[in-house]
Design a protein around this ligand. Structure first.
Ligand code: HOZ
Length: 424
């Protein structure tokens, strides 16, 4: 028995499913998850001493690779002053000023502890600001596990085979309307069904929780126009794309200005952080200025702020990071595409810059329904083979691969060799 298997045996007795988040389970794969001991650069090491090339990157934040020295040092330095005060600190002001001065659509920002919290709070602010209740989301988009968003959600909800979570009272989702990703008519129809009642449309500007599904041309522009026509706010959930696709996230990448934006783990560089922000008049609805209540002892935690701000400042000072990520994406996903073409079978490889997903289907994947046509048994087989060859992918068909700047050309070549060995 491996150390990971032994740990899993202990874990399942005390932690539901043996994991603290469902996407970590190897349920679909039928194995014990690898228990991780440490990580460095593009590598992750399990407790049995196996080294893997990591494409999870802590689900996105490790843009600079694991254990980036300046970030680690900032955490050590900040921790010497104390771990948490539950009081205002200078570094929170610096973080807010830094984000607002470099992201044009964020005039004010509030720190929270996770993407889930960011979305929950942004929706409350949007409802408070507009005085309306309905929220339009897209099937297959995942906005964390807040009650109102657990409707046709992506990520772990898709692999669990449970369309909507138990324990969510009907009342919590009766104002959630679900549209089809990349289908503007579906949004238009919902707007017509609830005229003047939609507070906000929330979207992952690049779908990344039903696997990677980029927006088709005109989709995000169309959402902007529909929101404007119907007096609804447009919320970009940039938990995955923020500071990764471009410094200004998908909003900058696609040139669309949302009214509000939510961020997650990336702005903590791996520490537990989230944030929501946007237009000043919306954010001024939030307590203690306005009537929308939202709070948190650990919000803006000084250690998390130190890590996050160090990463954001580094990314801003090194804009070449984004060219590098795009080049690495082209090398990896382009290389995979070449291999798949050689095999001549109907796989789909969706990718954009550092994000990518391989779907085991002949259908073009552009929304939740087409994503679900992927053969998850085939994915499980592929996942196992890749793991055996030292490649650490998310153990689910419906998650993204994340590249970092620490993935060297040699490492990408090694990955392509493993893909080639599997398919050809
Ligand atoms: N679902 C997110 C990744 N796509 C976060 C990971 C998690 O849920 O643990």
């Amino acid at each position: 028995m491996t150390k990971s298997e032994a740990l899993f045996e202990r874990a399942v007795k005390r932690i539901p499913g043996g994991v603290n988040s469902p996407v970590r389970a190897y349920g679909a794969i039928g194995e014990a998850p690898r228990f991780i001991d440490r990580a460095d650069g593009c590598y992750i090491y399990d407790v049995d001493g196996n080294r893997y090339i990591d494409y999870i990157d802590s689900w996105g934040p490790m843009i600079l690779g694991h254990n980036f020295p300046a970030i680690r040092e900032s955490v050590v330095k900040a921790s010497e002053k104390g771990l948490s005060f539950g009081c205002a600190t200078e570094i929170e002001v610096e973080m807010a000023e830094f984000i607002c001065s470099h992201i044009p659509h964020v005039e004010m920002v509030r720190m929270v502890n996770s993407g889930t919290e960011a979305v929950m709070s942004a929706i409350r602010a949007a409802r408070g600001f507009t005085g309306k209740n309905k929220i339009v989301k897209f099937a297959g988009c995942y906005h964390g596990h807040t009650d109102a968003m657990l409707v046709s959600a992506g990520s772990g909800v898709m692999t669990s085979g449970v369309p909507d979570s138990a324990g969510v009272p009907k009342g919590c989702t009766e104002d959630t309307m679900t549209a089809v990703y990349n289908d503007l008519n579906s949004v238009k129809t919902l707007m017509e069904q609830a005229p003047g009642q939609v507070a906000a449309v929330i979207v992952e500007p690049v779908g990344a929780n039903m696997g990677v599904v980029p927006p088709e041309e005109g989709f995000l522009e169309g959402l902007r126009a529909l929101c404007d026509e119907n007096g609804a706010l447009l919320i970009f959930d940039e938990v995955i794309t923020g500071f990764r696709l471009a410094f200004g996230g998908a909003a900058e990448y696609f040139g669309i200005r949302p009214d509000m934006v939510t961020y997650g783990k990336i702005i903590g560089a791996g520490m537990p952080v989230g944030a929501y922000g946007g237009r000043r008049e919306i954010m001024e609805m939030v307590a203690p200025v306005g009537a929308v209540y939202q709070a948190g002892t650990l919000s803006g935690n000084p250690i998390a702020m130190a890590a996050g701000l160090t990463q954001l400042k580094y990314l801003f000072a090194h804009p070449e990071t984004y060219t590098l990520l795009a080049e690495k994406g082209e090398k990896l996903y382009g290389g995979m595409e070449d291999i798949l073409k050689e095999k001549g079978l109907g796989y789909q490889l969706n990718h954009i810059s550092s994000l990518g997903s391989l779907f085991f289907t002949e259908q073009q994947v552009k929304d939740y329904t087409s994503a679900k046509t992927s053969d998850t048994t085939a994915f499980a087989d592929y996942f196992k083979a890749m793991l055996k060859n030292g490649i650490h992918l998310a153990p689910s068909q419906f998650e993204a691969m994340f590249l970092s700047v620490a993935h060297t050309d040699a490492v990408i070549e090694e990955t392509l060799d493993a893909v080639r060995k599997y398919f050809v």
